[in-house]
Design a protein around this ligand. Sequence first.
Ligand code: SAM
Length: 242
Amino acid sequence: MNTDKLSARLAAVAKYVPNGARLADIGSDHAYLPCFLAKNEGLSFAVAGEVATGPYQSAGRNVLAEGLAEIISVRMGDGLEVIGEGEVDCITIAGMGGALIASILENGKEKLSSVKRLVLQPNISAISIRKWFIDNNWELIAEEILEEDGKIYEILIGEKGDPYKPYSSNQELGLLVGPFLVQEQGTTFKKKWMAEMNNWERIYAALENAAQSPETLEKKQEIIGKITLVKEALTNEDSKWT
Ligand code: SAM
């Protein structure tokens, strides 16, 4: 991967950044995403935010080497603290856990008033982001799932709107697996949730062999609930969830 050729995962994120956006890419690492977009005339301005010194320096080096310092401002700081109020209209956060992404949004809420679109790529726990959207009046408008190098990634796109719109029925399932993805029933979606179910079944079997404390029983109930939910979603392909 470099500033000319993104990974399939980051290319999918880039696709959802509107043309001419004023972007903040939080956790930018090498700044590949904003550099790629700026080189392809997709941006009018960008902030590449980084909390760690090494990635911050790497982002700065790449932006300079590409001659993009007038378009991309590389800033060091935690989450959304690197942007000013009203400065950007689109935020990308990719390659972190969903809970961390949700906490970055939660801690920087006051910076979101001018933001029209969030493009988020959690490595795990997309449910944390879907729940944050519901709690904060962001509407999930699209989702994507893809596999690269043996790993499966989800991309969630949000805009301000009706947070319940994608979930007109079976919200619990929609939050867990994605209301758009469950409707599409793509091969990668099925692969991800078959693997998750196998994993839950392994954990359940281990819990069966452990001492049966109230915590163990609660964990077993939780796993059965998730397996039942996902099994239904995968076998009932004709059903409508939204
Ligand atoms: N976004 C790039 C991508 O998707 O390829 C880089 C992902 S990298 C795995 C995650 C980056 O997020 C790291 O460089 C890390 O330092 C940065 N990061 C983690 N927590 C952060 C925070 N609270 N604020 C800013 N950057 C953060």
